[in-house]
Design a protein around this ligand. Sequence first.
Ligand SMILES: [Zn+2]
Length: 162
Amino acid sequence: MIPLFETGQPLKFGLDGLIPAIVQDPGTRSVLMLGYMNQQAIDLTRSTGFVTFFSRSKNRLWKKGEESGNVLHAKEMRGDCDGDALLVLASPAGPTCHTGTDTCWAEANEPSAISFLTTLEQVIESRIESGDDSSTSLPSYLSSKLPKNLHNFFVFPPIPKL
Ligand SMILES: [Zn+2]
C-alpha cells in the first residue's frame, strides 16, 4: 500500500469531488504533471501502485499510461497544509506528457546538481542506518548519478583495497 501522509488538514475535495494532484519524480525532483483525483483514484493509486487520476475530459477513472504504457509508479502521497492539494511522488516509466516530452512543462527530466546532493544525502543516511561503513562501491555509484555537465569538475579516485 502506497503511504498517504497528511501534513496539515485532512483531505478536502472540491464540489466536483476532485482534488488536484501534482506529480513529482522523487529521483530528479522534476515536477512531471498535474492531474485530478477523486477518492477512488486515490484508493486505486495506493492499492495498485500505478498513479490513477479522474480524467475530467474522459469523465472516468484514468490510469496514467493505460494506452501509451508510460505509467507512473507511485512511491508516496502527501496532502498539503490545507488538505486541498496532493503531492504524488512517482517514478515515470517513460515521457510523462502526451506530447512526448518528459514533463508537461516541456522540460527534460534529468538529474540536477540538487538531485545529486539529495541522492548523496540518501546514500549516506541509509548507510548510517544500516551500519554499512564499506565505501568501496560509492564513487562509481555516485559518478553514475552525477549530471553529465558536472563530470569534469570531479575526480573519482579508486578506493584502495585494505
Ligand atoms: Zn502534458
